[in-house]
Design a protein around this ligand. Structure first.
Ligand code: URA
Length: 232
């Protein structure tokens, strides 16, 4: 992680204020005065401001635009992990608030706050997620109704919860679901005899993937975005 970002996160200052602290010579890393914000800081570094050690303490809430080919786990034998896209310290403390398949793109939330992620992933809270889905076969007339009624997935006992389907083109839909079963979207369409060609998550609760983010980029959530999860 860059030193200026470390200062922002630990002291709650803006990037500009961090630059000023650095220029004034108030910051040392392992006892050495540092004036550049681009200096890399790792977990092993001792960062001091005005001769007091500082650490990143507050919980972290991150939105990542996940590209295809990255898995949502800490380790994977054959694929890159989405964590490799983050420039953060204390990586072991972070986890995904709901995963995406390796070939799915879009919004992934990452945090070290277990209670917050539980609100997103626990079936009890029925947190909404919206996916843009590109299909192999055209959407059939009865799809909207079928998703509303619930769909019988293979090897599951009951029907899926009512889901909202908005048809955007002959083979493209927006699907909003309130649960997160394994491969749920792909299995829902498979149950109707169709196949998902590409899948992209646009929204979790009230948190929408930021259009300013490029594939593979991330940013911290705003306070309003973080709090929106508790208000559901
Ligand atoms: N449903 C799926 O089938 N895959 C995902 O990645 C997310 C939801």
């Amino acid at each position: 992680m860059r030193l200026d970002k470390f200062l922002c996160d630990s002291l709650g200052v803006t990037r500009r204020e961090a630059t000023i602290l650095l220029r004034k010579g108030e910051v040392t890393v392992n006892g050495e005065k540092k004036k550049s914000g681009s200096v890399k800081v790792t977990e092993q570094c001792c960062v001091e401001w005005q001769e007091r050690e500082i650490t990143v303490t507050g919980p972290r809430y991150i939105m990542l635009y996940k590209p295809e080919g990255f898995v949502c786990s800490h380790e994977d034998g054959s694929n890159q992990t989405a964590f490799e896209l983050l420039d953060e310290i204390k990586m072991d403390a972070l986890h995904f608030a709901g995963r995406l398949d390796v070939d799915t793109t879009g919004l992934v939330l990452i945090t070290d706050d277990g209670q917050w992620s539980h609100r997103i992933t626990s079936p009890k809270h029925k947190c909404e997620k919206t996916y843009r889905v590109w299909l192999d076969e055209p959407v059939e007339e009865d799809y909207v109704e079928k998703f509303k009624e619930g769909i019988q997935l293979r090897s599951e006992k009951g029907l899926t919860l009512p889901a909202h389907l908005e048809v955007r083109a002959e083979k493209e839909v927006l699907l909003t679901i309130h649960e997160g079963k394994y491969h749920q979207v792909k299995r829902m369409f498979a149950a109707l005899g169709n196949k998902v060609e590409a899948l992209h998550r646009e929204r979790i609760g009230d948190i929408i993937l930021d259009e300013e983010l490029e594939l593979g980029e991330y940013r911290y959530l705003t306070e309003e975005e973080v709090n929106s999860i508790w208000q559901k």
